[in-house]
Design a protein around this ligand. Structure first.
Ligand code: BGC
Length: 382
């Protein structure tokens, strides 16, 4: 929404209507109504962490697109620290945020903050990760998380030779050994990724084409708190010790749900002597987020695949939802069934994702301007 449009909305009185209590709580005194100051809308944007590139890109994209649309933006990163995120949200509300966009660390830890927001009429948009256990989340923008999990498994199956690039069965019958990793247990997305991936692998488990030699497969056992790279590396090291005689038994692939986790696993595998490229003996690894360090590793034949979720498009949906709330309208949802947060089904807008392998880095990531050729070659952003 342009600032002009916001002004027009404000002067017709629709703005006050749209914002109800929020306008009362945060707008300057009525005498300034109608001038530019009074029409300013501040959007508080809470992101989980700057330790992963993905969230830095999300923060940048949301901020710049909101500013372009004429909003004031209060962007905060919480360093994966739950009390810090709670405090940041409290502060945003105190400082007069009119709309909140929140990518939570722990999807169940923000009910108090959101209740406070609701009491002031502040609409809350859950960003990428659903916020659970509360009535007070108004909309959800995300990717089709179950399909992301399906794609992670499909990429693994391609790398192992079971599927071709159209995901058709190749007829390969050679059994393969894999290990399974999942994301953070407090992130609502983790179960969607895991369920999508496991459902896709299940037929291969059932007929013995794929085995998990450690026997560790249930989600709680294979999850990785805070999606932490070092935690994943440690678990892979432990698996190599317990099940692969320190690295001397064959391991063909690892289902990994996020590029940082994949890199931790690759470090453990390299240290145990599995080689430093797939051709040289490294198992097939999946990933997620098309982080630049991993994209380089894919280009170099180290990591097999990742899932590209275009954060620019997610930011665009978040801004569209904010625009709708600013006009007193409901944002457009394309899914009103899937995302039950335990209290209600949150209307959602789901985006599509793509599998990235070495062959389509150029078409998916470089041609779209997500990464430049130089960044891919260097493995570093900017
Ligand atoms: C996001 C993923 C990301 C993960 C770790 C999830 O909630 O959906 O894209 O890889 O968090 O940051």
């Amino acid at each position: 929404m342009s600032r002009t449009l916001l002004r027009a909305v404000a002067t017709t009185g629709a703005f006050a209507l749209a914002f109800g209590l929020a306008a009362c709580a945060s707008s300057p005194a009525p005498e300034s109504e109608g001038n530019a100051e009074a029409t300013d809308i501040t959007v508080g944007v809470a992101m989980p962490t700057e330790t992963s590139e993905r969230w830095i890109a999300d923060g940048d994209a949301v901020k710049s697109q909101l500013e372009e649309a004429g909003y004031d933006v209060d962007l905060q990163f919480a360093n994966d620290d739950i009390p810090r995120q709670q405090q940041q949200l409290d502060q945003m509300i105190t400082n007069g945020a009119d709309i909140l966009i929140v990518a939570s660390i722990d999807g169940t830890a923000l009910a108090t903050q959101l209740e406070n927001a609701a009491s002031k009429g502040i609409p809350v948009i859950a960003y990428d990760r659903l916020i659970n256990g509360t009535e007070d989340v108004d909309f959800y923008v995300t990717f089709d998380n179950y399909t992301v999990g399906v794609q992670q498994a499909q990429s693994l199956l391609r790398g192992l030779g079971f599927l071709d690039e159209n995901n058709e069965d190749t007829g390969q019958a050679d059994p393969k050994a894999i290990e399974v990793f999942a994301g953070s247990p407090d992130d609502n997305n983790t179960k969607f990724f895991y369920d999508g991936a496991i459902a896709t692998l299940q037929p291969y488990f059932d007929d013995g084409r794929i085995t998990v030699p450690s026997g560790q497969i249930d989600m709680d056992t294979v999850s990785t708190l805070r999606w932490d790279q070092a935690t994943a590396q440690k678990r892979m090291e432990d698996l190599l010790t317990s099940t692969y005689a320190g690295g001397s038994k064959p391991l063909d692939g690892v289902l990994a749900p996020y590029d940082g986790i994949s890199r931790g696993i690759i470090t453990a595998l390299e240290n145990a002597g599995y080689g430093s490229t797939i051709e040289g003996g490294l198992p097939i690894l999946s990933g997620q987020d098309a982080e630049i360090a991993s994209v380089k590793m894919i280009a170099d034949g180290v990591q097999y695949a990742t899932i590209f979720k275009d954060t620019r498009k997610l930011a665009t949906q978040a801004v569209a939802a904010a625009d709708s709330f600013a006009k007193g309208e409901e944002p457009e949802a394309n899914d009103t069934e899937t995302y039950d947060n335990g209290v209600k089904v949150v209307p959602s807008y789901l985006l599509e994702s793509d599998i990235v392998v070495a062959d389509n880095i150029a078409s998916l990531l470089v041609d779209s301007g997500y990464w430049t050729e130089e960044e891919v070659a260097a493995g570093v952003a900017g």
